[in-house]
Ligand binder design. Structure first.
Ligand code: DGJ
Length: 729
């Protein structure tokens, strides 16, 4: 890791172990040019900027300034001054003008990585020191400064970028857009890899050619969303898991985002990532600053697999803070699919007793324990116990569960308010709504206006009170609807465009306060399944519920897409009952377990009612979790085969960092005639080491298992699966 400034070339060179990123300041006006991003190089190839190719340099030929502006590969493009590609920043200045063009002012190279106030961010840790370049750009006529920050860690190839906007003038400026990341790349034949989805079908991989013009994914739902994901990768055509050039970008934010590529007339590609300008307008008063969230950028010269592993490591080593991050999480049983809203103390205790016998370690009480909530039509905001259901109260229940030998966890949806709630009756203006319009209900609920500090304080107090009232060791923090009716009773008419971002900042503030007051709390985020599975939330809790779809086969795609960016240790995955409640599919209990073992692992079923045979299999699954989870949590992830591509089988694995142990999961999604065995080529092993396969005689060299492959034999029928555990011998 290193960051250098070359005085002679006015260039900054940022090096990670394997990659280089180069910026140069050009011409008398100080245009910040993007020179290079890719595998590590020794030189600073200034020719990438084409600054010697007259007439494209303003100081040499201002007659063609427009040509320069529209072609120069810039590090942070402005707006309205000749660069017709989409800019990273849009403003309305005190005179009502839109034009802005950030040029070089100064720089600093600092040890470490400054925290981003109020925002989740990667940080220096004992696993790797950091270095940061702070490049300050300015637009004098508007009076704005832009600090572009670039940080690197000594143990990672990721480059972390963010933008801070400062109003150095004496008048308010409205920021309509300030992207966190912008970059112009030379035009190669890249394809765009993104993650799309829907409720119960989150983060499915999608790859498409990049055509001319703009291609984007984004969210305006107030959360990162089920539908599109704050991630995109530019993938060299023909690249696969093991080879090819790949640029991956992930936004560390949990609200509206825009991730866009623009292929220009000259085949160059402009990448933009940041808060979605749709619905955003921020008044930056004189002297104020606005810190935009950061983007984690990963370049891999060795295909998609290496990109994923780099993301996993940087999140495990530099983003997740929870004390649980390096620990096995308690195996939980959640009552949602077991009972939905129909439960009481006796039912939960019966589940806990049976769960204890099977080796499960924690009971999580899901939605329906508060107010008078017997379905999803009421009580959000009334966070006091429904004593009709929980006779004896919450503390009694928790104590009983603890006596049985299980920890206790609880569900909240703190950001919401039901129209049928005491809270709404007392404070109707606390809901997000536009005066004079009928607000849109979704799941019969509204969203609390968290741009108001008194609302944030109320939520914090009421949630903390419940947590203080009993020995609660886990919280599932849910958010079951998206934001509409962007209107706050408290914000002025010029400031309504701040609501989306202020909302997200308030969610961060709430979770930060919560984990400060309850430092040992295990926090699992959730949003109607996996609509807020993003790196922002991982800063507060080490795991996120992946999806409401717990079907083992659907989970293959969901978990494949999720693991493209996020470590397995962060993926909430449970075994549920069959027929599956979302898709009606019947799969073997063993396969449900094998697939859930790739995540945090737990159960989501009525253990008092499932077939005896299934119940009898739980202790064995529990044993496997204890045996394999340290490897799953800490190892390197390898994708071997994808059911999405081949339609018949799926295979992925985790290899320990020292390559002495590996666990591969094979799922035969569909049996085929005459396919009594299948050869799969493993990956990530040490070619020189010999490995024993658990349950089989003999051993194989790593190179044999990777080159010749391993034979999977005798899986009969659909949805069959097998775990292959290798240990060095
Ligand atoms: C959505 C979550 O994803 C489910 O697991 C469950 O907690 C429900 N909400 C409860 O309303």
């Amino acid at each position: 890791m290193n960051i250098n400034y070359c005085e002679e070339l006015r260039a900054f060179k940022i090096d990670t172990e394997n990659n280089s990123y180069i910026i140069a300041i050009v011409d008398d006006e100080g245009f910040p040019g993007h020179v290079y991003y890719g595998p590590k190089i020794a030189d600073i190839p200034m020719y990438m900027l084409r600054i010697n190719e007259n007439p494209y340099v303003p100081s040499k030929n201002n007659r063609d300034r427009g040509s320069f502006m529209d072609t120069f590969p810039t590090e942070y493009p402005g707006n309205g001054l000749g660069d017709y590609r989409e800019g990273a920043v849009e403003v309305v200045d005190s005179e009502g003008h839109f034009a802005v063009c950030p040029v070089y002012k100064s720089y600093k190279i600092v040890e470490g990585k400054p925290a981003l106030k109020g925002l989740p961010a990667t940080f220096e840790s004992s696993r790797g020191k950091a270095m940061t370049l702070e490049l300050t750009l300015e637009d004098k006529p508007v009076g704005l400064e832009f600090i572009l920050r670039y940080s690197v860690f000594e143990d990672s190839d990721a480059i972390i970028r963010s933008t801070e906007v400062i109003n150095a003038s004496d008048k308010s400026v409205f920021i309509k857009k300030a992207m966190s990341f912008a970059m112009d790349l030379d035009g190669e034949d890249y394809e765009l890899l993104t993650l799309h989805g829907s409720w119960a079908r989150e983060r499915q991989m999608d790859i498409r050619p990049i055509g001319y013009g703009k291609t984007s994914v984004g969210s305006v739902k107030g959360e990162s969303s089920h539908q599109e994901h704050p991630f995109m990768a530019l993938v060299q055509k023909g690249a696969d898991q093991k080879q090819g050039r790949v640029y991956g970008f992930n936004f560390v934010y949990s609200g509206n985002f825009l991730a866009q590529v623009e292929k220009t007339q000259f085949d160059s590609v402009r990448v933009l990532m940041g808060i979605n300008p749709n619905g955003f307008k921020w008044e930056l008063k004189a002297g104020e600053s606005l810190q935009m969230p950061e983007v984690v950028s990963v370049y891999s010269n060795d295909g998609i697999g290496k990109m994923s592993r780099t993301f996993h490591d940087v999140y495990r080593n530099h983003l997740i803070r929870s004390p649980y991050k390096d620990k096995k999480r308690p195996i939980l049983i959640n009552n949602w699919e077991a009972t939905y809203f129909q439960f009481d103390t006796d039912k939960l205790i019966a589940i806990a007793k049976e769960a204890k016998k099977a080796g499960i370690e924690m009971l999580v009480m899901d939605d329906g324990w508060f107010g008078h909530r017997d379905d999803d039509n009421s009580s959000l905001g009334d966070w006091y116990v429904n004593e009709n259901k929980l006779k004896g109260g919450l503390k009694y229940l928790v104590d009983e569960v603890n006596k049985i030998g299980l920890k206790f966890g609880i569900w909240f949806e703190p950001e919401m308010i039901s129209p049928d709630s005491d809270l709404y009756r007392a404070h109707p203006d606390w809901a997000i709504a536009i005066q004079g319009r009928t607000p849109v209900r979704s799941r019969n609920q509204y969203v609390l206006d968290l741009s108001r500090q008194e609302v944030v304080d109320y939520v914090f107090d009421v949630v903390s009170k419940v947590l203080h009232s009993a020995n609660i060791e886990y919280v599932k923090w849910d958010m079951n609807r998206q934001i509409t009716d962007l209107g706050s009773y408290a914000l002025g008419k010029e400031n309504q465009g701040e609501l989306y971002h202020r909302y997200v900042l308030a969610v961060y503030q709430l979770q930060e306060r919560l984990i400060k007051v309850f430092p040992n709390l295990l926090l699992e985020n959730c949003s109607g399944g996996g609509a807020r599975f993003d790196p922002g939330m991982l800063y507060y809790g080490p795991q996120i519920w992946c999806s409401d779809d717990t079907d083992a086969i659907e989970r293959l795609g969901i978990q494949e897409g999720t693991s493209l960016v996020y470590p397995l240790s962060s993926m909430g995955a449970h075994v549920s009952d069959c027929p599956n409640h979302t898709v009606g599919r019947n799969t073997p209990f063993a396969t449900r377990g094998n697939v859930a073992l790739a995540g945090t692992f737990g159960y989501e079923l009525d253990i008092t009612k499932i077939p005896q045979e299934d119940r009898d299999s739980i202790p064995k699954q529990v044993e496997m979790y204890h045996k394999y989870n340290p490897l799953v949590r800490t190892g390197d992830y390898y994708r071997i085969a994808s059911y999405r591509e081949n339609h018949f089988y799926d295979c992925y694995g985790v290899v320990s960092k020292d390559k002495s142990e590996a666990l591969f999961t094979f799922v035969q999604v569909m049996g085929r005639p005459n396919y009594h065995s299948r050869i799969i080529r493993l990956d990530g092993l040490d070619p020189e080491k010999r490995y024993a396969i658990e349950g089989e005689e003999g051993s194989y060299a790593g190179d044999t298992l990777m080159k010749a492959g391993l034979q999977i034999q005798n899986l009969w029928g659909d949805y069959q699966s097998k775990l292959i555990h290798l240990t060095e011998c």
